[in-house]
Design a protein around this ligand. Structure first.
Ligand SMILES: Cc1cc2nc3c(=O)[nH]c(=O)nc-3n(C[C@H](O)[C@H](O)[C@H](O)COP(=O)(O)OP(=O)(O)OC[C@H]3O[C@@H](n4cnc5c(N)ncnc54)[C@H](O)[C@@H]3O)c2cc1C
Length: 266
């Protein structure tokens, strides 16, 4: 059995611009070339937003010259739709099924692919320890024993159920072995707890990510998803500082962190 305490977050996809096509477009439309028409420079995430936003008024080469000022004006005036053109993809592992149940409630602008408990065997028993029971906290031993015993018991029950179903579900009623394995695992997973570890591929646009981080980085959010939201924020602040730089991270007395943006829900 494996116990995990922290998620791993991999930023695996990000926006890319075909600059030669952008240059052709500027020539065809008789507007100033790069760099006059795109003040974002090499910051491709900001450039996608600038190019799409300037399309609305065909204001290439005109208006606000400073890209930070340009982006902040969009954020403060809630011109949110242009932030939907920029997408980031994450592979997230070491998170619990209860976290992903909360995560997938975020619908608009999100896409998900999650490890299947019907196809993938859970015999190994990998579980995520809630932050309140982390080994880094004092005086958690008694509570940890309760949790560990329950997880061990659940994992053993899963294996027992798989073995029992192997005997009781006749091969003759299934077309393929895969169908039979799925039927066994889909029944056996019913004894797995919320703490069961899962892996998920998440793609979302910047508008949706900002809303997710605001909702799940707030003090009201569960500690596990709050930690994840702040991990994602930190990666995005490095990757796209102009799009996420207005979020502030604060340490709390309970050892956790919260985050909130200057520009709420665009
Ligand atoms: C601290 C906390 C506690 C929570 N507790 C519970 C709980 O006890 N039970 C529970 O069921 N959920 C709970 N939730 C989930 C919450 O209700 C939302 O489902 C979740 O946060 C996703 O938010 P969202 O709908 O704004 O996001 P998204 O689905 O990503 O939508 C983003 C925005 O798009 C707009 N939008 C999306 N879909 C529609 C639509 N169909 N119609 C109109 N506008 C739309 C809305 O403006 C919405 O805010 C909780 C969330 C938090 C942060």
């Amino acid at each position: 059995m494996v116990f995990k305490e922290n998620p791993s977050v991999y930023l695996v996809t990000k926006p890319a611009i075909n600059w030669s096509q952008i240059a052709n477009f500027f020539i065809d439309e008789n507007v100033p070339p790069i760099p006059d028409s795109v003040r974002a420079g090499n910051d491709e995430s900001a450039a996608v937003i600038e190019i799409s936003a300037r399309m609305c008024y065909m204001s290439y080469g005109r208006g606000r010259r400073d890209i930070t000022d340009f982006i902040n004006n969009l954020l403060s005036s809630k011109d949110g739709s242009v932030f939907e053109h920029v997408n980031y993809g994450f592979i997230i592992t070491g998170v619990s099924r209860s976290l992903t149940h909360e995560l997938v409630r975020h619908r608009a602008g999100f896409a998900y692919s999650q490890r299947s408990q019907r196809y993938v065997d859970e015999t190994e028993g990998t579980f995520v320890i809630p932050p309140a029971l982390s080994t880094t906290r004092d005086a958690t031993e008694a509570a940890r024993k309760v949790l560990d015993d329950a997880l061990i018991h659940a994992s053993e029950s899963y294996v027992e159920l798989v073995n029992a179903l192997e005997k009781s579900l006749p091969k003759s009623i299934f077309e393929t072995n895969t169908d039979r394995r799925k039927a066994i695992r889909q029944a056996a997973r019913s004894v797995l707890p919320n703490a069961t570890e899962t892996k998920i591929f998440v793609t979302a646009n910047v508008r949706a990510l900002r809303h997710f981080i605001e909702m799940r980085g707030a003090i009201f959010a569960d500690w596990e998803i709050r930690f994840l939201a702040i991990e994602i924020l930190k990666l995005l602040q490095e990757e796209a500082p102009l799009l996420f730089g207005d979020f502030v991270v604060e340490d709390l007395g309970d050892g956790t962190q919260i985050t909130y943006p200057k520009y709420s829900k665009v």
